[in-house]
Design a protein around this ligand. Structure first.
Ligand SMILES: *[C@@H]1O[C@H](CO)[C@@H](O)[C@H](O)[C@H]1NC(C)=O
Ligand SMILES: *[C@@H]1O[C@H](CO)[C@@H](O)[C@H](O)[C@H]1NC(C)=O
Ligand SMILES: *[C@@H]1O[C@H](CO)[C@@H](O)[C@H](O)[C@H]1NC(C)=O
Ligand SMILES: *[C@@H]1O[C@H](CO)[C@@H](O)[C@H](O)[C@H]1NC(C)=O
Ligand SMILES: *[C@@H]1O[C@H](CO)[C@@H](O)[C@H](O)[C@H]1NC(C)=O
Ligand SMILES: *[C@@H]1O[C@H](CO)[C@@H](O)[C@H](O)[C@H]1NC(C)=O
Ligand SMILES: *[C@@H]1O[C@H](CO)[C@@H](O)[C@H](O)[C@H]1NC(C)=O
Ligand SMILES: CC(=O)N[C@H]1CO[C@H](CO)[C@@H](O)[C@@H]1O
Length: 560
């Protein structure tokens, strides 16, 4: 089945060599107007002709859980000519390692006319759909990715989450993801970066797909998604607009007032894949609503979704590549221009909650490390330093049976979030141990917990007292804007405290996840392609099971 095309390889490397002689200018940033993308420089409409680009972790250095596709110039420069052959203008990368240098690949992609959409989360650092939180640590991960990529004009945008809520049993998690999206947008603004769009990538579940899109796309500019992706596997083999389900989906999403596209597509129930959906996706039936799509995926792996096979430095194009190539070169979608385009609508009502949707529009608070630090040092009774974080769960279980733990938990359905719900596990434990201690009268015998806790001298840091007072001893009130923090912990802001050490238990397992990734066994019901266990959706599934372990290990007690 594999073509090894030495001629193409030769052409490809010649092409690469010739492009690298020319110092190409930075690509114009892509901007969002209404439900479309446009080149900022000339106002022409931009359709995503994308390929998902991230290999599994099978070949990475041991210890790494991310196979960063933008950190290895040898690989990205090997692959860019092939991406160009299929007219790629966007790659999607799922997880980047923020300690590595991405400048060479980003430059090479820029010179090849290719934009990047990067997920802000990673397999180990994402909102857990079964135990959702939006924390100081996770926000730091998001900030690190934003900082790393903000300066490249060929970053089209970021995904604030991928397939977190995946059916009607875990919709409250979307409140936490939307908070992540809101805070990422604000961070970009606060840093004075270019106004880089931030969106969300969802699965395709028949119960939740419409309310979920409405939920992310609704609200004021500062909270709503700038674009929306749906991972779409409904069109398999030979099909058409109507039979595939694309017609129904187009009608489902016609009111979405932000750009919407397939953040993954390419069902592989029939192989080789024909990609006859391409002509429809970029044709008149769909382009009013859709802005193109991202083929899943570049690398051939055990899940059998590859356009090419890799063997060291050599690339072999597969039938899927050739079929996709002939289809993508046939398209000629209509093009709007910002000069004459008026958005049909720019706002959308949030969904009402019902049996399929139960996420509050009141979002979790913005994680604030300084507030956590204020609270933490103000506790008299704290966990002893020799207690392993693996044992925190028992302590939480014990103490939360006696005192309210509402100040450290959050509920994405009721929209009630404790003011310390984003703090580290250790800070949260200190808060409730101290609450127990104070409510029992504050004698040192109330701070023992079989030797797990001890008293320290509490400190009220400068600038903290008003906020702590307003939030109250239970932690459920909100501090007013005027109660600002001037405490001195800011220097530590870059180091993730790593206090949710249950990540240790995820590490070994996390690295196994994507290697065994997507099997091609999908649901055959085209209308309900929800069960597509693709990429990080799959990783997330596995994480969820480890999440359950970590729930027990750390925060499981009273949280969602
Ligand atoms: C607008 O700019 C893009 C990127 O430089 C280019 O590909 C496109 O052809 C231009 N559109 C027009 C109408 O010139
Ligand atoms: C990121 O890269 C560094 C340096 O190679 C490596 O030590 C670390 O394990 C990587 N992190 C992840 C999450 O893969
Ligand atoms: C961002 O890009 C500009 C222009 O290319 C450059 O001068 C500047 O040093 C870059 N800043 C960072 C933080 O990389
Ligand atoms: C919903 O998703 C969760 C997490 O992936 C899964 O365990 C559960 O079986 C799903 N429930 C339904 C009704 O599909
Ligand atoms: C789109 O909006 C129209 C007018 O408000 C409404 O009647 C229709 O039900 C909406 N369609 C969807 C799928 O939400
Ligand atoms: C990973 O290593 C295997 C065995 O050496 C090789 O066959 C495969 O092509 C490699 N995958 C990538 C993406 O480099
Ligand atoms: C969250 O709030 C909803 C609605 O108020 C409630 O039904 C649910 O039991 C709460 N969940 C938890 C885990 O307390
Ligand atoms: C629609 C299309 O291009 N189909 C081709 C896909 O690849 C197979 C194998 O090369 C060809 O036989 C099909 O014609």
């Amino acid at each position: 089945m594999l073509f090894s095309k030495s001629l193409l390889t030769t052409l490809a490397s010649t092409f690469l060599a010739s492009t690298s002689l020319v110092a190409a200018a930075d690509l114009p940033a892509i901007e969002v107007v209404g439900n479309k993308f446009f080149y900022s420089a000339n106002g022409s409409q931009f359709y995503i002709k994308g390929v998902a680009y991230q290999a599994d972790t099978a070949n990475v250095t041991s210890g790494s859980t991310i196979n960063d596709p933008l950190a290895d110039f040898e690989s990205c420069s090997r692959d860019i000519p092939y991406l160009q052959q299929v007219d790629t203008n966007v790659i999607r990368v799922y997880a980047v390692n923020t300690t590595l240098d991405h400048s060479q690949c980003m430059k090479a992609l820029n010179d090849a006319g290719i934009y990047v959409i990067a997920d802000l989360s990673s397999p180990e650092q994402s909102v857990n759909r079964l135990d959702p939180t939006w924390t100081v640590d996770l926000f730091q991960r998001y900030k690190d990715v934003i900082d790393m990529f903000a300066n490249y004009t060929n970053v089209l945008g970021f995904f604030a989450g991928n397939e977190v809520t995946n059916n009607n049993t875990n919709t409250p998690a979307s409140a936490f993801v939307k908070a992540a999206l809101r805070d990422s947008k604000q961070y970009i603004k606060d840093q004075g970066y270019r106004s880089i769009p931030v969106g969300y990538s969802s699965n395709d579940d028949e119960d939740t797909r419409v309310p979920m899109a409405d939920y992310f796309a609704c609200g004021d500019d500062d909270v709503k998604a700038d674009f929306y992706g749906i991972n779409m596997y409904e069109w398999c083999g030979k099909s058409d607009f109507k039979t595939s389900g694309y017609q129904d989906r187009t009608s489902d999403f016609k009111n979405i007032s932000v750009p919407i596209f397939f953040s993954e597509y390419g069902c592989n129930e029939v192989t080789p894949r024909l990609f006859t959906e391409v002509e429809t996706l970029y044709g008149d039936d769909m382009t009013d609503v859709w802005s193109g799509g991202i083929v899943y995926m570049y690398f051939q792996e055990t899940n059998n979704y590859g356009l090419v096979s890799i063997d060291g430095s050599s690339v072999s194009t597969r039938d899927d590549f050739n079929n996709y190539s002939s289809e993508i070169h046939k398209i000629s979608p209509t093009s709007a221009n910002t000069a004459s385009y008026t958005a049909a609508s720019t706002s959308l009502a949030c969904p009402t909650n019902n049996k399929n949707w139960a996420a509050a529009t009141v979002l979790p608070p913005t994680p604030d490390e300084d507030l956590c630090s204020c609270m933490n040092v103000a506790n008299t009774c704290v966990v002893s330093s020799d207690v392993s974080s693996d044992d925190y769960a028992d302590l939480f279980d014990y103490v939360c049976a006696y005192v309210s733990c509402d100040g450290i938990s959050g509920n994405g359905t009721s929209g009630k979030y404790g003011s310390y719900s984003f703090c580290s596990a250790e800070e949260q434990l200190n808060f409730v141990l101290n609450l127990y201690y104070e409510s029992n009268g504050g004698s040192s015998s109330d701070c023992d917990f079989s030797g797990s806790a001890s008293v320290q001298s509490a400190v009220t840091q400068d600038g903290c007292s008003a906020a702590l007072k307003e939030i109250g001893s239970i932690g459920t009130n909100t501090a007013s804007d005027s109660a600002t923090f001037t405490s001195g912990s800011a220097s530590g802001s870059k180091t993730s405290s790593g206090s949710i050490t249950s990540s240790g238990s995820k590490t070994s397992s996390g690295s196994k996840t994507s290697s065994s990734s997507k099997t091609s066994s999908k649901t055959s019901s085209k209308k309900n392609a929800a069960v597509s266990q693709n990429d990080l959706g799959f990783i997330q599934t596995l994480l969820t099971s480890f999440g359950t372990i970590s729930v027990v290990a750390s925060l499981g007690f009273a949280l969602l």
